[in-house]
Design a protein around this ligand. Structure first.
Ligand code: IMP
Length: 435
């Protein structure tokens, strides 16, 4: 597959608010690459892949693990809950998938149990106020772990799990601080005991030790040896902490901009960026969503698309495709082509709408407004296209799609100025149209 088969290193980046189907694209591309790399986020992401009718839901391990003999790397920019990681490795092993080729950065930060507690406690505090300003996080401790990374003195990295005595000393201070923070937030759980936690997490370190390494040198060595790298973005551009709809974002640079910092590779490394776009829009958690449909059409998209979170099971908010947002995300990520996912979900609608501009205070603009307050005030300007009646879930060539379906794709290409190199028409690997 590929509009750019000569490209050496590829990135797969979600251009909306997540859940675009990046896992399937990565799984498909993995066989053309040697090494699959995660660079951001943590277990807040949920990548679902269906192979031979078997469904794999992964949060931390790169989706490329399902392709034999590929090296999978979790870079320094990822925040990793070792309990979830070990569970994923065990589940894969039970299903005959070995995780021997998994490498984890010694500099990646560890999501500790107090990070999840802080995530919940903070959200509860914010939701309990007269004006609810909670973010609707996944509760996986992502924000508090990244906050500690920047705070430095209370952070734990994977290298720290490899020395039990030093970890006990470190956690005696850290636990005091975290327990104090939690009690100030009226958290009602038991205080964390440093010795118990240090021993438990040193145990996780022992199990993970064969995988823990300096992934920065590893990746540079791979490039020097002529290997092809595939970068798997987690979450998505509009959730990027610097460029998304702040504060309704996650805590990492989940656009392609996170790749250099999250791996230790220079910014010029990637020469092929596939922007992954769902054929409509969804969002989980709070925050502005200009094309949201709080009606029968939104419900129909949710049911046809099984739009319930992989990580939290929450129903996703659904709406029409927003190409103002997609163009912005493609711009900041340097997308060179698109993959359009869940296209089969759109079959059977009389008409389809695409948002091509916004109106704010009587002015029309085709520029995205990442400022959440401004974005919550825009009105979407739609272009209406005819729908297509027939189900398309067994079509494997773009030319064989109904004419109205082809016209919808052609319009996306025209408005974004990017070629669509893959169209997904169902969850299975084979339900894909190329060409
Ligand atoms: P956090 O990443 O758990 O802190 O959540 C912050 C916001 O990002 C919430 O609105 C989440 O629902 C959203 N979010 C984080 N990761 C994903 C993802 O992979 N898909 C969709 N939404 C996500």
């Amino acid at each position: 597959m590929g509009a750019d088969d000569n490209a050496q290193h590829t990135a797969v980046i979600g251009l909306q608010w997540g859940d675009e189907g990046k896992g399937k694209v990565v799984d498909r591309l993995a066989s053309h690459h040697d090494t699959i790399v995660r660079y951001n986020g943590g277990a807040n992401a949920g990548h679902t892949i269906v192979v031979d009718g078997q469904r794999y839901a992964m949060h931390l391990i790169p989706s490329g693990i399902l392709t034999p003999d590929k090296m999978c790397v979790i870079g320094n920019g990822v925040v990793v809950d070792p309990v979830t990681l070990l569970e994923e490795m065990d589940t894969l092993r039970e299903r005959g998938v070995k995780a021997e080729n998994l490498r984890l950065s010694s500099r990646a930060h560890v999501v500790m149990p107090w990070h999840q507690a802080l995530d919940h406690a903070l959200e509860q505090q914010l939701a309990g106020r007269s004006t609810d300003s909670s973010l609707g996080t996944t509760g996986r401790g992502i924000g508090p772990c990244y906050a500690d990374k920047v705070t430095r003195s209370t952070a734990v990295r994977f290298v720290d799990l490899l020395d039990r005595a030093a970890l006990r000393t470190k956690l005696s201070v850290t636990c005091d601080m975290q327990n104090a923070r939690l009690s100030a937030m009226a958290w009602d759980g038991e205080p964390f005991d440093p010795i118990t936690i240090a021993d438990e997490y040193a145990g996780h370190g022992e199990r993970l030790a064969p995988h823990i390494t300096d992934t920065t040198y590893l990746l540079h060595d791979q490039i020097a040896a002529g290997k092809r790298l595939l970068f798997e973005g987690a979450n998505a551009c509009l959730l990027d902490v610097d460029h998304g709809t702040y504060p309704y974002v996650t805590s990492s640079n989940c656009s392609a901009l996170g790749i250099p910092a999250g791996t230790g590779l220079p910014g010029r490394t990637v020469d092929h960026v596939i922007g992954v776009v769902k054929a409509y829009s969804t969002r989980v958690g709070a925050g502005p969503f200009p094309t949201e449909l709080d009606d029968q059409i939104g419900n129909r998209l949710r049911e046809r698309g099984h739009e319930y979170g992989t990580t939290t099971g929450r129903p996703r908010r659904c709406g029409w495709l927003d190409l103002v947002a997609v163009r912005y995300s493609a711009m900041i990520s340097g997308a060179t082509s698109l993959a359009v996912m869940l296209f089969d979900v759109l079959a059977g609608f009389d008409e389809l709408k695409i948002c091509t501009a916004y109106e704010i205070d009587g002015t029309r603009t085709d520029r995205f407004l990442p400022d959440a307050t401004l974005l919550s005030r825009v009105m979407p300007v739609y272009e209406t296209l005819p729908g297509f009646e027939t189900e398309i879930d067994s079509v494997t060539r773009r030319d064989d799609l109904p004419a109205d379906a082809r016209a919808y794709l052609a319009r996306i290409e025209e408005i974004t100025g990017l070629p669509i190199e893959l169209v997904s028409v169902g969850p299975d690997r084979v339900q894909t149209c190329v060409g």
